[in-house]
Ligand binder design. Sequence first.
Ligand SMILES: [Ca+2]
Length: 335
Amino acid sequence: MALRILAAVLAAAAAAVIALPGECPAEEKAVYPASLPPGLQKGREEGEFESTRDGAVMVYIAEGEFEVGSDNADEDEAPRHKVGVSAFFIDKFEVTNEQYGKFLEWWRKAPPAQKKAYSHKDEPAELDHTPAFWQKPKEPPREGEDKSPAEAPSGGAAREEPVPEDPVTGVTWYSAFAYAGWAGKSLPTEVQWEKAAGYDRRTKTVFKYPWGMQKPDFTLLNFLGNVRKPTRVGTYRTGVSPSGCHDMAGNVWEWCLDFYHKDFYKSKAGSTADPVNHFPSPCRVTRGGSYNSDETEVRCAYRDRTRPGESFKDLGFRCVKNVPPPGGEGGGSGN
Ligand SMILES: [Ca+2]
């Protein structure tokens, strides 16, 4: 009798194992676009794509509603509400010094008309897009001048050589905007950014932090002054977001496309499909916190802002590529 029961249990267990793949919920299957927008090709890994202009690895965020904001934290995050978001691709990592260097090389040689095509209309005329902590290009020595100008800038100490795999920092919003245009991409809207940071398509829930609800610690992200500088992009593999993006929490803050307004999530404009705040204000949105941030600032729903002409050592960006609607225009988007 006992043997017969054991056999039945074993048979049931075997059946359960065989049945497992069939029980996989439909929404867990990866969703990919039917075709790729110009400037994007399949990446080396399954589910990854590569931007042909800057070589950035991108992931796909399928079209669909999600709940943006938060009801029990800062006032400007409320109310938590549903918004529809069209499909888009987003950089898996923050833009690196190496990638930004390619843009800068192009920029320094490009004819004015081409530069203008990627510049924002409010961009200050004197901006040359060199990050604040990089060496300016050397001017050729004039007739009769010392032909070996000092290496050190006026501040005294020589500037550090940027690490290629580190996120670029010290860039204004205008520089991030111009880079995105050059790369055939755009800056993320803050809602796109928030969806890529915290939305889990499999469970249709939004995480408090990119990795879930677990309290932040030094194995998950670069924050709280532990390292005191940016780390190479993608260092914290356990802190990856459900969509596969790295460093959405911490490392460096990230510029977004929108003007910041504290009541944007309360407004009608903030509740429509694909919301973006184009209504001018003194600041643009910055998201995700940095290596200096506390656990409040690295939440997916946390909204911050910075004046677009300012640059900081812990502020960088990543880009998105919008999927054009049928018959629509490609790549980037407006101001
Ligand atoms: Ca970040």
